[in-house]
Design a protein around this ligand. Structure first.
Ligand code: CIR
Length: 260
């Protein structure tokens, strides 16, 4: 039996556009390099495919600099998919480009109609529940609208809080298996993962918390050796991907795909 929280047969990605240099960022640490980003993106797709999954690779969208971060546009569950309503005004138009792709993959496609906002980066689906972190991009009304839809599909949703100053809930945590969460200490200290097995990232390696478990692999940002070693010692097969360009736009491993 497969576990839908980390066993997937498909993923959707979108190649970065040249406009990526205009992507949103909380703090300007320099522009990402398109060449670097394309190479890292290719390595990411190769890793996903190496697990046997089919990857739907979408064309770049020049008009939307952040469109490479497809995770924020939808939530994919076994019962159906839900189009999000991003809190970042410049990203709202990305959803219309994802809609036809998901319509081809799902019989049941819903949408967050508003007035609330919610982005996929704030949603962690575990083996037992859907956790949604309120953030600057995800508000109470967005969470409430999502709760109704996933409730209809038999999922329980729990609202939690993304730490202040952190872009998305999953900037600070990832699912390693149905019951195990990789997290920053600042997030796990809030108690939101009580009852789960929590692996805290090494001190000073907070940016390592955004990884993804995809079938047999953990796709993990390169450059965080102590956390990578902890995961390997815990039995996970870790594949390191260069995240240096994505990081300049506050992006990480989870943002680059929708997985289902
Ligand atoms: C943004 O600010 O929306 C993008 N520059 C980064 C989005 C990262 N997405 C994610 O964590 N799911």
């Amino acid at each position: 039996m497969t576990n839908p929280s980390f066993e997937f047969s498909r993923a959707i990605t979108r190649r970065p556009a040249a406009s990526i240099i205009d992507g949103l960022r909380a703090e300007d640490t320099g522009s990402p390099s398109l060449t670097g980003m394309l190479a890292a993106h290719q390595a990411y797709v190769v890793a996903l495919k190496s697990t046997g999954a089919q990857v739907i690779e979408l064309d770049p969208l020049e008009a939307f600099p952040d469109a490479v971060f497809v995770e924020d546009t939808a939530l994919c569950l076994p019962q159906g998919a839900i189009l999000m309503r991003p809190g970042a005004p410049s990203r709202m138009g990305e959803v219309a480009h994802m809609a036809p792709v998901l319509r081809d993959c799902y019989d049941d496609l819903r949408e967050i109609k508003g007035p609330g906002h919610i982005e996929g980066g704030d949603i962690l689906v575990t083996g037992r529940e859907v956790l949604v972190g309120r953030s600057d991009r995800t508000d109470a009304a967005g969470v409430a609208e999502l709760a109704e839809i996933v409730g209809e599909w038999g999922h329980s949703l729990r609202e939690v809080f993304t730490p202040p100053g952190v872009l998305h809930f999953k900037t600070d945590c990832s699912l390693m298996d149905a019951e195990t969460i990789l997290s920053t200490k600042r997030l796990s200290a809030s108690g939101c993962f009580d009852g789960y097995k929590v692996l805290d990232v090494a001190e000073g390696e907070e940016a390592a918390a955004n990884a993804i478990r995809f079938n047999n692999l953990v796709l993990f940002p390169a450059g965080f050796p102590r956390t990578a070693e902890m995961l390997s010692n815990a039995g996970y097969e870790v594949v390191e991907i260069d995240n240096s360009d994505c990081a300049k736009l506050d992006g990480g491993m989870s943002c680059l795909s929708l997985r289902f």
